[in-house]
Design a protein around this ligand. Structure first.
Ligand SMILES: [Zn+2]
Length: 298
């Protein structure tokens, strides 16, 4: 358990650094050992998917489902997956399926992607855990999750100079609770909603383009002053923000995250003392330095 918590804190720290790097353009790179089964490599595989050339898939064959099993998308060939370890490929095409044969064909392709790695390929014997494709903030204690979202919101605030128009499903009361859950300085209402829905500011070389991205489903949108952005519809269909938390669960990722951070007053003390007791105090302080205070340093 401590090792797992430590890993989560490290993940948190690395994304925190990533945001700092992208906003300040510092050249300090953390030299990480590239790990075949790592979160970073998983995201790289996910980024290879274009929904124009990897079309109409059920959730079992969605980009994250196959990327967890080592597959990239080969955009030069429609619906083709390939493995850059064993160089094998497989074409996942459901376009000829009738309603009656759709599930059977889906199952056949799920089997095919499991069995198409060569016998010498490490992906034949191991895959990434499905928990990798999950809102990582849900694994954090409520205070840290709230700080992480607030930080994302502040970064949007500090880069967008016009008033943002949004289409979103939250009530005024929910927005109040959301902002109350954040430490001072409070981000704007609009940026808070964007950040809750997983959107983060990405700096680009163009001064005109204000790009928001959602890391886990690799969605991108240009924020414009004359057009409202839909925080839900701009996500790809497999975004963990919109997916049921677990199979058959009533709440999606965003709802679970909202519940986690707005209940933090009650649970805060318990969870933080649990962390401090299980991970060495020094490691925690090193990893979350500056975050508990909620200050954003650039
Ligand atoms: Zn392979």
């Amino acid at each position: 358990m401590p090792a797992e918590l430590e890993k989560k804190l490290q993940w948190f720290n690395s994304t925190h650094n990533f945001q700092l790097r992208s906003s300040t353009n510092t050249s300090s790179q953390t030299n990480k050992k590239s790990d075949l089964f790592s979160f970073e490599k998983f995201i790289q595989r996910l980024q290879s998917f274009s929904l124009r050339t990897y079309t109409s898939k059920p959730i079992e064959l969605s980009p994250p489902a196959v990327a967890l099993k080592g597959w990239h998308h080969d955009q030069a060939h429609r619906n083709r997956l390939y493995c850059d370890k064993c160089k094998n490929g497989v074409v996942v095409d459901l376009s000829a399926a009738q309603t009656s044969t759709y599930q059977k064909l889906t199952d056949t392709f799920v089997q095919a992607i499991d069995s198409s790695h060569s016998v010498h390929c490490p992906w034949k014997y191991q895959q990434c855990p499905s928990s990798m494709y999950r809102l990582q903030e849900l694994s954090l204690p409520p205070t840290l999750a709230a700080n992480s979202i607030a930080e994302r919101a502040r970064l949007i605030d500090s880069n967008v100079k016009f008033s943002i128009q949004l289409v979103h499903p939250l009530s005024d009361m929910q927005i109040d609770s959301l902002i109350n859950a954040f430490p001072d300085p409070k981000p704007s209402k609009e940026s808070s909603i964007l950040a809750l829905y997983g959107w983060e500011f990405k700096s680009t070389s163009s001064n005109h383009d204000l790009l928001l991205v959602s890391q886990l489903d690799c969605a991108k949108v240009s924020l414009r002053s004359d057009k409202a952005m839909d925080v839900v519809r701009e996500h790809r269909f497999y975004a963990p923000q919109l997916m049921p938390l677990t199979q058959g669960s009533n709440s999606n990722g965003v709802e679970a995250l909202f519940a986690l951070i707005t209940r933090r007053g009650r649970k805060k003390h318990l969870e933080e003392s649990f962390i401090l007791n299980t991970v060495s105090r020094q490691d925690v302080l090193k990893n979350v330095k500056g975050l508990l205070s909620g200050s954003y340093q650039s």
